[in-house]
Design a protein around this ligand. Structure first.
Ligand SMILES: Cc1ncc(C[n+]2csc(CCOP(=O)(O)OP(=O)(O)O)c2C)c(N)n1
Ligand SMILES: [Mg+2]
Length: 559
């Protein structure tokens, strides 16, 4: 069979149900074979969004998301989507078409060295130059993406590989990729440290979300009488209404979570890479704390923060090994009592009734109204941080955000990928106006493919988070952060693409909706079917995210 047929069959054998992309000249043999396949193809309007949709799909389904782009500009557009997945360890297979092998390096039309471009932002990448190894390369890509620490794998396929002959024997060839080794040799040391700890704290990161170890970690916390703080990536992994769960820590985190992080004597860090957004000045982080670091990726142990003890394995396995090894504690519960007391005191005190509408209020109401199994994505900026604080994750709720790369424009396409993975759940993107304008063309994709998601737009007329940095660290000298000519009428924009905005809501928004009306379920269209929908109220744009402090003392470098 031809390489193009082989590619489609290989994807089908990997149980790929959906892929996201845009065709181009070098991909035509592949797309021609796709005509006969049951694989659903979502035609996006910009390849970056193919990456984000595949990423959103992966974060919800825990299966690799598949995206595809043509050579040259298609591949370069895709890079941001792949890099975003890489930074958040999301499994993905990203396919790019390429010019013929004999033209490689000759600046052929639409040639870009996508292999080199993708290398630093992928877990692994391949350029196929020999049709004989094409089937095994495809199989390896899927295995690598989902073995050990997840991540994106890129395959660059020159068009002549699609036209080449592939034999049945080549198709049948088995492949293996080495599984990362677990190393629990220091388990006893970890248990001793945790047993002796007077003020233990558990910090969990994205690895816990991937491993789905939240319930086990809550059990461990109860045994240790230890509070749990989450990184942004772990929000949603543990129920935030549990008394020991303190919420998001770090630069934009909650005061009580940072208190527990900075005042513990033993820190059990699980599935987190100690990003600078969490640690602040690395040289000062954890000075007085003994760190037990659990990670599936051995190279993370001791990379940023030197731990006393390192345990290598996936979060679920290691946590259950710790649970099995720990004796019932009989220690005093002073630390636990203090933490629970602090948590109560830390409840944010906002006047939720004020006019104009406060962004905090919008998210608070969204949180109250969305169902227990809702999936929320965010853009990047103040909207993301307000969502982290005021959207409550309990029960089966999921929170999906671009934590590592901080990619504006992630949330909208990621929400679409999430909705495809779980069509029966309500999916909402908490958006900023700057972010949404980066990807608003994807309204077309949502409408065309009938992907009903909701957008809750915090339309403050500013690149709010950058404005806040200018205010705090540059003497309020604002430059290039206000949309001085105003933003588009987002309702009209959505409608122009054929999105349905419920009549009642639109009517109210024209007159300026009151805080209560803006967030009532039927007015907001929370259960609207033919969305995407964006609603409008008058928002107080002067608001800042509370508690912001620069990482490593250098605002300019970290903004
Ligand atoms: C692609 C990209 N470009 C630039 C930035 C830098 N940046 C971080 S937050 C932000 C402002 C976001 O504005 P908006 O989406 O309106 O959100 P707000 O902060 O107003 O809620 C910018 C420009 C980024 N994170 N991503
Ligand atoms: Mg904004």
């Amino acid at each position: 069979m031809k390489g193009a047929r082989a590619a489609v069959e290989l994807l089908e054998k990997q149980n790929v149900e959906v892929m996201f992309g845009i065709p181009g000249g070098v991909l035509l043999p592949f797309y021609d074979e796709l005509v006969q396949s049951d694989i659903r193809h979502i035609l996006v309007r910009h390849e970056q969004c193919a990456g984000h949709m595949a990423d959103g799909f992966a974060r919800v389904s825990k299966k690799p998301g598949v995206c595809i782009a043509t050579s040259g500009p298609g591949a370069t557009n895709l890079v941001t989507g792949v890099a975003t997945a890489f930074m958040d360890s999301s499994p993905m297979v990203a396919i790019t078409g390429q010019v013929e092998t004999d033209k490689l390096g000759g600046d052929a039309f639409q040639e870009a060295d996508s292999f080199s471009l993708m290398m630093p932002v992928t877990k692994h990448n391949f350029r196929v130059t020999d049709p004989k190894v094409f089937p095994e390369t495809m199989k390896k890509a899927f295995m690598i993406a989902t073995t050990g620490r997840y991540g994106p794998v890129h395959i660059d396929i020159p068009v002549d590989i699609f036209r080449a002959e592939i034999t049945d024997e080549q198709m049948a060839r088995e492949v293996r990729v080495p599984k990362p080794k677990r190393n629990l040799s220091e388990l006893l040391d970890a248990i001793k440290l945790l047993e002796k700890a007077e003020r233990p704290t558990i910090m969990i990161g994205g690895g816990v979300a991937w491993s789905q170890a939240g319930a086990d970690i809550t059990r461990l916390a109860e045994m240790l009488m230890a509070p749990i703080v989450t990184t942004l990536m772990a929000k949603g992994s543990v129920a935030e209404n549990h008394p020991l769960v303190l919420g998001v820590c770090g630069m934009h985190g909650r005061q009580v979570a940072n208190y527990a992080l900075n005042n513990c004597d033993v820190l059990l860090a699980i599935g987190t890479r100690f990003s600078d957004r969490v640690t602040g000045k690395l040289s000062e982080f954890g000075m007085k704390t003994k760190v037990v670091h659990v990670d599936i990726d051995s190279s993370e142990i001791g990379k940023n923060v030197k731990g006393r003890v390192g345990l290598v394995g996936d979060a679920w396995t290691v946590v259950n090994a710790l649970i099995a090894g720990l004796q019932k504690r009989t220690k005093s519960a002073t630390w636990k009592t203090r933490i629970i007391e602090l948590k109560k005191q830390c409840a944010c005190n906002y006047d939720l009734r004020s006019d104009p509408l406060k962004p905090q209020k919008v998210i608070h109401e969204l949180s109250k109204n969305l169902p227990d199994d809702a999936i929320v994505t965010t853009e990047v900026g103040q909207n993301q941080m307000w969502a982290a604080h005021f959207y409550k994750c309990y029960a089966k709720r999921m929170f999906i955000t671009s934590g590592g790369l901080g990619t504006m424009g992630f949330g909208f396409p990621a929400a679409m990928g999430a909705k495809i993975a779980r069509p029966n759940c309500v999916v909402a993107d908490i958006a900023g106006d700057g972010s949404l304008q980066m990807v608003s063309q994807e309204f077309a994709t949502a409408v065309e493919n009938d992907i009903p998601i909701m957008i809750c737009l915090l339309n403050n007329g500013w690149l709010g988070m950058v404005k806040q940095w200018q205010k705090l660290f540059y003497g309020s000298r604002y430059k290039a952060t206000q949309f001085t000519a105003g933003s588009p009428d987002f309702v009209k924009l959505a409608e122009a693409y054929g999105s349905a905005v419920p009549d009642r809501f639109r009517h109210r928004s024209r007159g300026g909706c009151s805080p209560d009306d803006a967030t009532r379920e039927d007015d907001c269209g929370l259960h609207q079917r033919e969305m995407p929908v964006e609603g409008r109220g008058v928002l107080d744009g002067s608001h800042d995210v509370a508690g912001l402090r620069p990482a490593r003392g250098d605002a300019a470098r970290n903004g």
